[in-house]
Ligand binder design. Sequence first.
Ligand SMILES: Nc1ncnc2c1ncn2[C@@H]1O[C@H](COP(=O)(O)OP(=O)(O)O)[C@@H](O)[C@H]1O
Ligand SMILES: [Mg+2]
Length: 239
Amino acid sequence: MMLIEDLSVGYRETPVLRGIDLKIEAGEILVLVGGSGCGKSTVLRTLAGLHRPSGGTISLDGQPIARTSAERALVFQEDGLLPWRSVRRNVELPLAIRGVSKSSRRSQALSWIERVGLGGYADHLPRELSGGMRQRVQLARTLASGPRVILADEPFGALDAQTRRAMQLLLVDVWSQQPTTIVFVTHDVDEAVFLGDRVAVLGGKPTGIRSIVDVPFPRGDGDNSAARAEILAALGSTQ
Ligand SMILES: Nc1ncnc2c1ncn2[C@@H]1O[C@H](COP(=O)(O)OP(=O)(O)O)[C@@H](O)[C@H]1O
Ligand SMILES: [Mg+2]
């Protein structure tokens, strides 16, 4: 479980986030929504350990987090794949860094590549793939690294609507086989309701949590108009 208590974060003298309290359960998908520039990426970078809070505490299973760690994987909109490495060798990279043997990392990578629907593309280079396929490779690489928490910063934001929905379904599918704690940032309310167990609406100045909306339906079960209305109302009150 990740526990965030009275977190404040700023850049130099400018406060961005203040008084953030969040308890993120193990295996939960918590979605953060909020207007552009409100500090969503700042929350994730701080949870990743890339940015030092100006106040408050963050702990993972009782251990305060201090710096970056492979146990908290950050995933971006830009895929960040190494262009000269094949799909397989990109997915193997975090395993290689951990010192996993060649044959074991190869078989693990191939199995994740299969799981994200890219069997047959293991030897392709990133530039030979579409944007959606590259995002699948990134997801495979993240999952292969076995993080305890995935911090996803608008990962599907650059994809067309159809590819985006396919990626959401894939994430739900992979998650349901192996529930990993996910903190997922989006500014798309549909995506938030589709993926989240809970949706935290950020807003204000400095930014705080306006509202936490429970999404009661089974995950990925399409429409949930009550939760959507509640999120939109909370977002509206922040404008
Ligand atoms: N490296 C930085 N230095 C100074 N200010 C920053 C930096 N990164 C973000 N900010 C500011 O912090 C605020 C929140 O940014 P960000 O977390 O990127 O918001 P969001 O992801 O919600 O769009 C914005 O006002 C932005 O200009
Ligand atoms: Mg951002």
